[in-house]
Design a protein around this ligand. Structure first.
Ligand code: SAH
Length: 247
């Protein structure tokens, strides 16, 4: 199986040649040491093509785009948005990696009231690379959209989702299980365009956040055990995908 490289947000056409960005070019030229004539694959937002390395131009690799490949991992039938807080110790990155592997469409990273890490938006670029690397590894061709939000409420508003399809993961609450809440919503016959869930930071949601989110999201539980901030969103993603027959 030939190596896969991300071609950025552009429309690929058979017969054209394109330059890969510096990150991808570095991987192709320096790490994998590929030369002109090497067969690779390139992918953009959901599409993947056979391609051949043409050569290098400065720090960039030029590749000739060939036939479209079919049968790469399809995008999810229903969009899934995950809103996650910044988590300490590089764990935001781990969560972005795992959510990408699972197929999540959009990841919104927000500043929680109880945030213990002072993150800044310059980290976004690094997270974008993480998502691209995960796509390359897991055969996914649609890179998830990564967004930043100032607050938990802002993250939910960005998702623009009906309250009954936007789930707040709330430990130690008497809320329904996430799986039950999704089934209930499915049984209601309402259609889903995008489903969203939101997880909290190491210290949990602040009461003020819960209060604000109460009107825009439905509280749900992931069971009686308290999961870590980096575990909960990954588990929630698996539950959502399983409910939609994606796993
Ligand atoms: N320190 C908090 C736990 C925070 S866990 C406490 O001890 O209460 C971090 C986040 O993971 C939570 O904000 C929540 O969004 C999610 N989470 C963890 N376990 C959960 C559970 N059993 N049900 C729902 N959400 C959970």
């Amino acid at each position: 199986m030939s190596l896969r490289f991300y071609a950025g947000k552009q429309i690929l056409q058979q017969g054209e040649s394109i330059l890969l960005d510096e990150g991808e070019s570095h991987h192709l030229l320096k790490v994998m040491r590929l030369h002109a004539g090497a067969d690779i694959r390139v992918f953009t937002q959901g599409f993947e093509h056979q391609a051949t390395v043409v050569g290098r131009e400065g720090h960039q690799a030029r590749v000739a785009v060939g036939e479209q490949c079919h049968g790469t991992a399809a995008s999810l039938a229903v969009g899934v948005t995950a809103a996650i807080p910044w988590i300490r110790g590089g764990k935001t990155e781990v969560v972005v990696q795992k959510l990408t592997e699972l197929g999540i469409t959009t990841i919104v990273i927000y500043h929680a009231v109880r945030e213990v890490v002072k993150a800044d938006s310059s980290k976004l670029e690094r997270l974008q690379r993480t998502a691209i690397e995960a796509c390359k590894q897991c055969e996914r061709a649609d890179v998830p959209e990564l967004l930043l939000a100032d607050t938990a409420a802002h993250a939910v508003r960005l998702a623009e989702i009906p309250t009954s399809q936007c789930f707040l993961l709330h430990e130690r609450s008497n809320a329904n299980l996430l799986s039950t809440a999704i089934k209930h919503e499915m049984d209601s016959g309402r259609t889903f365009r995008t489903i969203a869930f939101m997880s909290g930071p190491e210290g949990g949601f602040h009461p003020s956040e819960v209060e604000t989110l109460r009107n825009i999201a439905t509280s749900v539980s992931l069971g009686p055990r308290i999961l870590r901030a980096e575990t909960a969103p990954v588990v929630a993603a698996a539950i959502v995908l399983s409910a939609f027959g994606e796993m």
